[in-house]
Design a protein. Structure first.
Length: 197
């Protein structure tokens, strides 16, 4: 039997033995990694229709999608802390941080403050990106760098490595899957190491 319903509202299916619907095809296209097919299970919420991934019984990938065009910083912090976008937005707004503030995607202070208040430590400086293998197991990455009126802007994403398997959580709402392994398509400029206290 491919699917089993749980009281939590999640439907779980093993990717190794079953043929799944289009949502899994989209996920498989994004992941493109046989190891994940064997060891991970895919989850879909009956209520919201969102996709996520469970590993050894623990939910490790339920990517947050930004609900505002400029909300990548809030969504990235939510992805690190395991919160929904709405929950993180309430916290950010209470701190005087709003998605429409350009400093959220042109300065690192706001994301650092949101993580710090949750007891999560970050590296003191931005570290130049050299290779995907050289990244720590958890990091904030800056991609899509561009300049407007002499000011640098970027898009925030989260890099994670679980049991040696690397992926990026990208909150952009236009993506077919917010779990990315198309590393050649992303060109990080620098990263911030994230360490849980």
């Amino acid at each position: 039997m491919c699917f089993k319903a749980y009281a939590s509202g999640w439907v779980i299916g093993s990717m190794g033995a079953c043929s799944f619907a289009i949502g899994i095809n989209e996920f498989a296209h994004a992941v493109n990694n046989d190891y994940l097919y064997r060891k991970y299970s895919l989850l879909r919420s009956r209520n919201s229709g969102e996709w996520g991934v469970m590993y050894k019984g623990e939910s490790v990938l339920r990517p947050v999608v930004q609900e505002e065009t400029s909300g990548c910083g809030i969504a990235s912090v939510a992805n690190i802390l395991g919160k929904t976008y709405a929950e993180m937005k309430v916290v950010a707004n209470a701190m005087g941080i709003y998605a429409e503030d350009t400093s959220l995607w042109s300065d690192t202070q706001y994301v650092r403050e949101m993580l710090s208040i949750a007891g999560v430590e970050t590296s003191a400086d931005e570290i130049p990106f050299e290779s995907w293998d050289g990244l720590p197991d958890l990091a904030l990455l800056s991609i899509k760098h561009h300049t407007e009126d002499g000011r640098n802007f970027w898009h925030w994403v989260v890099f994670k490595r679980t049991d040696g398997q690397a992926f990026v959580l990208d909150s952009a709402s236009y993506l077919p899957s917010n779990i990315r392994t198309d590393f050649d398509e992303m060109q990080p400029k620098w990263f911030i190491e994230v360490t849980h206290a």
